[in-house]
Design a protein around this ligand. Sequence first.
Ligand code: SAM
Length: 196
Amino acid sequence: MSLGMFAYDAFMFYFEKFGLDDMRKEILEDVNGTVLELGPGTGINLKYYDMEKIKSLAYIDIKFKDGLEIKARKKYPNITMIEGDAQKLPFEDNIFDSIVFTLVFCSVKNQLEGLNEVKRVLKENGTIYFIEHVEPHEGILKYVFNKTNHQWKYITGGCNLNRNTEFVLKDAGFDIKIIDRKFRDIFIGGIGIAVN
Ligand SMILES: C[S@@+](CC[C@H](N)C(=O)[O-])C[C@H]1O[C@@H](n2cnc3c(N)ncnc32)[C@H](O)[C@@H]1O
């Protein structure tokens, strides 16, 4: 395991155990129809999906983790897995009912470009389901996150601690509903639809 993955997993362990697990359950239970998940990582979200509701499942990731394909095919044998960038999705317009991304847009270089792509491939009546960590609103945490972002980004291989994803989602034309905020609002989970 690389230093980046190790640091990331150690950092995430506490958050998964004391909050994110519940958030994933809450946000992902209604994922349905033709589904695209961006940046699946180790495939952690598979266990939160109700496979009965899913008509097709596609993963796109800039680099798939070893072992993911075997794990994913056990749960969903017909899964489509494509290595690619969220900023340039290799799909036609308007084809997904549900698009899922959890803890991904902290790493996507140009968030607006990626979210515009999400909007493009989402059906008109489709829904996005997301969990992201974002910049703390104020105080010492905001200061510390900004001060250490450069080092954090280096050791994790691209993750930023100070992204304002909630606002960028709105800028990209999504009407979002934040369903849950945890850990002093650093983690947000919600759903959204494209409005313009
Ligand atoms: C921090 S991990 C999150 C994994 C998982 N979704 C979770 O909730 O734990 C970020 C994932 O997004 C992927 N990723 C980062 N930038 C990406 C991009 N521009 N396009 C597609 N995937 C990307 C990474 O390879 C990794 O699998």
